[in-house]
Ligand binder design. Structure first.
Ligand code: GCW
Length: 674
């Protein structure tokens, strides 16, 4: 488990024959990134081929692999013209002839591109792709591809289900755990190039010299792997650690303090990435405390970072202290009026949906609605509302669904992916963030299958137009086995797992029905407490006459935040995708579903379908015993047994609760608990 998808088992033990071995490796090691690239290829090929190829200075016989830039490796100079347009991080992999010998070239404009190319080449071998006639070209579609760690300085990880934080602050900088290098390798292998080390519910202490020294030690480890370090900045830091009276973003002393703080950080970490900020949300301090806007707050930090080419990532997950008529509308309401006011080095970071990482949400209405502001996507890799690390839920299809959703902002085809990659509104600064699922557990992510979510996040960050199914296929081959009899059923199981969870937790557009606070297990009955929108009843609105949140013009009118064609579709009971029915509409219990069933029956049917799907996942996995090592097989099987039990718990609890409103009998065919 600890090797993740970088296991490099001997290809000879695999089903489909082996490619001709690499006979020699031409790879410079004049820079730390070059050394890392060479080392990874020796390690990867050593494992896959059985022995590492000899290092060579020149191509002396057929079958050499050359990796580098035209400058590091003169034999690659002939490929220089083909590198145009690939930027720093892109690369080519080509079958070429050098000095009369067939060879493979991995070439890039910069060392980091060559490292990414090396990982791609190894992935081809790991996944059983042919490598004898290559002509590949790849460059990332998104510039900043970052992980957000919600890691506190005491090593507790907010919404972390994989042990403690891997950042051992107590022993840093004196002890630099080798695990940090493993982390960097794994991230580089999927193209992640930034990491925000600390929780967005931030402790200002991380900005003090004592911690910055530790942060600098981590940055040192990550640098060769192309990963920059960022920090979550607490907005009130000037008061808490700066001794100022205020954190008002328009106060000159406050601005001076942040400029000096940025200078101090860059003196230690010259390639520091910048700040991520959660402000005026869930009790966090922010510019609104001083009557200022999100743009005022973001621009103050942007100004401090700009001389160093740093970036301010300002989150749009906001909700104010007042009770909202509909929380889904708040981010749009607070941010859209400020479109055009944000500084050039600000990215506004928006969760995929408007509520909060629910099992399924329609895309956030901010996407497409702020043409003058680069918007970053925020996905949650850790499964806060999706059964933690215990339930097997592959998030690829969910992310793909959001990225492919059409905002219609500039006419048909204005997908969320095009907002994120900057192409829709012509932004060069682009980014995507994933809330990490990484911790001290031996398997890194709390379960074997949650490693796939980390992997898929990185791959989709590189190319938001990629296919979740292809990514699952790669991951299964690299992590478990290349045997098609194993890969096929496991990929199918992963692809169906998201819909299964939606069905047994929150079918038909229901949302936020989890247990209060911890968000694990059913709690549709949750009511009362400090805020209406911290209850379940606020969201499902079930009564004797029906269920669902009316977000059409007759209700909160949240639909009007979408572009007109989308608003019309979501707002029309006849056209709304059934998966979002109760997200946008309050309907009677006998409302006819598309299946012809009355709504109540359809709801029960979906809960049953979810439970049945998990049973099938269990059976699939049980049938694969012997095709993967017993240790991993047993843990996955045990987790699936828990999931099967809990899917049933979700179903039975939810149905029993909603039946008190629906006052209808359980439909025929409803599977009773066995
Ligand atoms: O999903 C909610 C979580 C909080 C989290 C918050 C946020 C970091 O329940 O734990 O805080 O969102 O995204 O800021």
């Amino acid at each position: 488990g600890h090797a993740l998808w970088l296991r490099y088992p001997p290809l000879a033990e695999q089903a489909q024959g082996t490619p001709a071995p690499v006979t020699g490796l031409v790879a410079a090691a004049g820079t730390p990134t070059q050394a890392a690239t060479r080392q990874e290829l020796l390690r990867g090929l050593g494992g896959l081929q059985g022995t590492a190829p000899p290092l060579a200075d020149a191509v002396g016989r057929p079958g050499a692999l050359l990796v580098g830039t035209p400058d590091s490796t003169p034999a690659l100079a002939q490929l220089r013209p083909a590198l145009e347009g690939l930027g720093r991080e892109g690369y080519l992999i080509r079958s070429v002839e050098i000095d009369g010998h067939a060879a493979t070239a991995i070439v890039a404009n910069d060392d980091i591109g060559a490292l990414y190319g090396a990982f791609h080449y190894l992935r081809l071998l790991q996944t059983g792709e042919p490598v004898d006639a290559l002509d590949l070209r790849s460059a990332p579609e998104v510039r900043l591809r970052v992980l957000n760690h919600w890691d506190n300085l005491d090593r507790h990880v907010e919404r972390g289900y994989a042990g403690q934080s891997i950042w051992d602050w107590h022993r840093l900088p004196g002890w630099v755990d080798p695990r940090y290098t493993d982390y960097a390798r794994a991230n580089a292998s999927i193209g992640i190039n930034g990491t925000v080390l600390n929780n967005v519910n931030a402790n200002a202490m991380v900005l003090t010299p004592m911690y910055l020294e530790k942060v600098a030690a981590l940055a040192e480890v990550f640098r060769p792997w192309g990963i920059r370090v960022y920090l979550s900045a607490r907005f009130s830091a000037p008061v808490e650690i700066g001794g100022l009276e205020t954190a008002d973003p328009l106060d000159p002393a406050v601005r001076r303090w942040w400029r000096a703080k940025a200078d101090e950080i860059y003196a230690r970490i010259p390639d520091f990435g910048g700040f991520l900020v959660k402000a005026n949300s869930e009790g966090q301090p922010g510019p609104q405390d001083y009557g200022r806007s999100h743009a005022d707050g973001a621009n103050m930090l942007a100004e401090a970072l700009a001389p160093h080419d740093g970036i301010a990532m300002w989150r749009a997950f906001v909700y104010s202290d007042e009770e909202p008529d509909d929380r889904a509308k708040q981010a749009y309401t607070e941010f859209v009026p400020h479109d055009g006011e944000f500084a050039d080095n600000v990215l506004v970071q928006v969760k995929n949906g408007a509520i909060d990482f629910q099992p399924r949400e329609p895309f956030h209405p901010l996407f497409g609605a702020m043409p003058q502001t680069p918007l970053m996507m925020e996905f949650q890799v850790t499964k806060e509302y999706l059964g933690f690390a215990t339930h097997l839920v592959y998030l690829g299809p969910m992310w793909e669904e959001v990225l492919r959703a059409d905002t219609h902002a500039e006419g048909e085809g204005s997908t969320v992916a095009k907002v994120i990659d900057g192409s829709l509104h012509g932004h060069a600064l682009t980014g995507i963030a994933g809330v990490a699922n990484i911790g001290t557990d031996r398997n890194w992510s709390g379960s074997h299958f949650d490693q796939a979510n980390w992997y898929a996040y990185g791959r989709l960050a590189w190319d938001p137009h990629a296919s979740a199914r292809d990514i699952a296929g790669e991951w299964v081959r690299m992590t478990f086995s290349r045997d098609p009899d194993f890969v096929g059923p496991v990929v199918d199981m992963m692809m169906d797992s998201h819909q299964a969870a939606v069905d047994y937790m929150t079918p038909l557009g229901l949302h936020h029905l989890m247990g209060r606070g911890h968000h694990y297990g059913p709690g549709p009955w949750v009511e009362g407490g400090p805020r209406a929108d911290w209850t379940s009843v606020y969201f499902h609105r079930a009564t004797r006459d029906g269920i669902g949140f009316d977000r059409t013009a007759s209700g909160s009118d949240a639909v009007s935040q979408y572009a007109p064609p989308v608003a019309r579709e979501f707002g029309d009971l006849a056209r709304v995708p059934e998966d979002f029915l109760l997200w946008f509409h309050h309907v009677p219990w006998d409302h006819p579903a598309r299946s012809g069933r009355p709504l109540w029956d359809e709801l029960v049917h979906r809960y049953d379908r979810g439970v049945a799907a998990v049973r099938e996942m269990r059976a699939t996995w049980a049938g694969l015993a012997g095709q993967v090592d017993a240790e991993r097989h047993a843990q996955v099987a045990a987790f699936l047994a828990i999931q099967a039990q809990e899917a049933q718990w979700w179903r039975d609890a939810s149905i029993a609760y909603f039946q008190t409103f629906a006052q209808r009998p359980l439909p025929e065919g409803h599977a009773p608990p066995p």
